[in-house]
Design a protein around this ligand. Structure first.
Ligand code: KG4
Ligand code: ZN
Length: 404
């Protein structure tokens, strides 16, 4: 089955064409036929975070070129022999009435090329920024109706979970249009349920228990800022770029190399509380107070970056280890953009080893931890095999979509 994945929930426009076989839990395998991603991070940097209307505009501008690139890489871009009937485009004009620029580009594309060999279209319908989500959804709905291809709605967080379950290794980067070609293929890793998933991204910090593919129970979450949001906000306080995670991580690493230890001790919010919730806004406030009271020297930046990363790691690792004990999970999975953080990954692996835990740790390669369309196509394939299709007329963006 060939699945087209479309991701526009935040500031990455991503399209992927996947060919997948078999069933989750037994003989699943996939190869990536085409994969393109355009990050808007540099554009949002001036705002210190994602600016929803800018994200929407950029997605609308980039979807057709990325889609074309993916089809080309997949060998699925075929010029139509005879002109296509323009009248079939009328319903699409309605669907894309809020994205007129996307409609024009898509209409020209559809008139020019033949229907590619795609069996299913998977699109993120939440959680995320609604104006951004809508662009991908309307694009997917238009393609689904025009070519009569079934549609699947994917929960972005499930995409991160599924991605972490794969043995996919990034292969080569190509920088044409800043596209990143990530993988050639992979399969499901061998692991046992229950799976305890620590989801850490720009919008979420959650501990989720999964007893089987597609079933989730939320056991804890942040009460204020997400872990990635805290990285981004603290980076801003330290005068670093956006996204803040990689920047802080770089400084923290430098501090460890140079043996620069914490000048001030930051709190470990909620770490000892008897629940599985998190809170990161106090940590950001503590950094702000220090920055306001003391001159922000280069050394201070290194100290704060290291101490902040240690504090986040302590809390995430501490709570995950307690949840593992409480729920007796066989597998610990980490997913979402913050799981690209080397220090957090290492700390969790060390904690499992120190505790003599038999639980297996699943972490995606850093390149696949952040948002991409492969994860959406993978999750979409699972739902397609479950015959869990979406109605292209009724599909809507759900900014606060939950896993459970
Ligand atoms: O999953 P993701 O790409 O997008 C969302 O769904 O939110 O996560 C983005 C978040 C950003 O907050 C970014 O700062 C953070 O992931 N991030 C990191 C690292 N790389 C990305 N945080 C800490 N360390 C990193 N190396
Ligand atoms: Zn994400």
């Amino acid at each position: 089955m060939k699945v087209l994945g479309i991701e526009t929930s935040c500031d990455e426009t991503a399209v992927c064409l996947l060919e997948a076989h078999g069933e989750f839990g037994s003989d699943f395998s996939f190869s990536v036929l085409g994969n393109a991603l355009l990050s808007q991070a540099a554009l949002h940097a001036q705002y210190g975070g994602v600016f929803p209307n800018l994200a929407k505009r950029e997605h609308a501008k980039n979807l057709v070129p990325l889609f074309e690139q993916v089809l080309k890489d997949a060998g699925e871009l075929r010029t139509a022999a005879s002109p296509q009937a323009g009248v079939a485009l009328l319903p699409l004009k309605e669907i894309l009435s809020r994205e007129p620029e996307l409609f024009s580009a898509l209409a020209a594309f559809l008139l020019r090329y033949e229907k590619p060999d795609i069996d299913c279209i998977a699109v993120t319908h939440g959680p995320g920024l609604e104006p951004a989500l809508w662009v991908g959804i309307n694009f997917a709905r238009a393609l689904s109706l025009y070519w009569n291809i079934p549609l699947v709605a994917v929960n972005h967080m499930e995409g991160h979970i599924v991605m972490s379950m794969m043995s996919a290794s990034p292969s080569g980067h190509s920088n044409i249009l800043q596209n990143i070609e990530m993988n050639s293929g992979g399969a499901l890793r061998k692991f046992e349920f229950p799976v305890l998933a620590l989801l850490i991204s720009g919008g979420h910090t959650e501990l989720v228990l999964s007893e089987a593919f597609g079933t989730y129970k939320l056991i804890g979450q942040t009460r204020d800022d997400a872990a990635g949001e805290a990285f981004d906000k603290v980076a801003r306080l330290l005068g670093l770029g956006y996204p803040g995670g990689p920047e802080i991580s770089r400084l923290a690493h430098e501090a460890r190399e140079k043996n620069i230890s914490a000048g001030a001790v930051l709190p470990r919010p909620m770490m000892s509380e008897d629940n599985f919730d998190f809170s990161f806004s106090g940590l950001k406030t503590a950094v702000r107070k220090i920055v306001e009271q003391e001159p922000l020297t280069e050394e201070k930046k290194l100290q704060l970056a290291r101490e902040f990363e240690d504090a986040v790691a302590d809390v995430l690792v501490g709570k995950t280890m307690r949840a593992l004990e409480e729920y007796g999970a066989q597998t610990v999975l980490v997913g979402g953009g913050v799981s690209a953080n080397v220090h957090i990954r290492t700390r969790l692996a060390e904690a499992l080893e120190k505790a003599g835990s038999p639980a297996q740790l699943l972490i995606p390669p850093p390149e696949l931890a952040t948002d991409n369309a492969l994860m959406i196509a993978l999750s979409g394939y699972f739902h397609a095999t479950q015959k869990d299709f979406a109605d292209p007329f009724a599909l809507t963006a759900q900014g606060n979509l939950k896993l459970a």
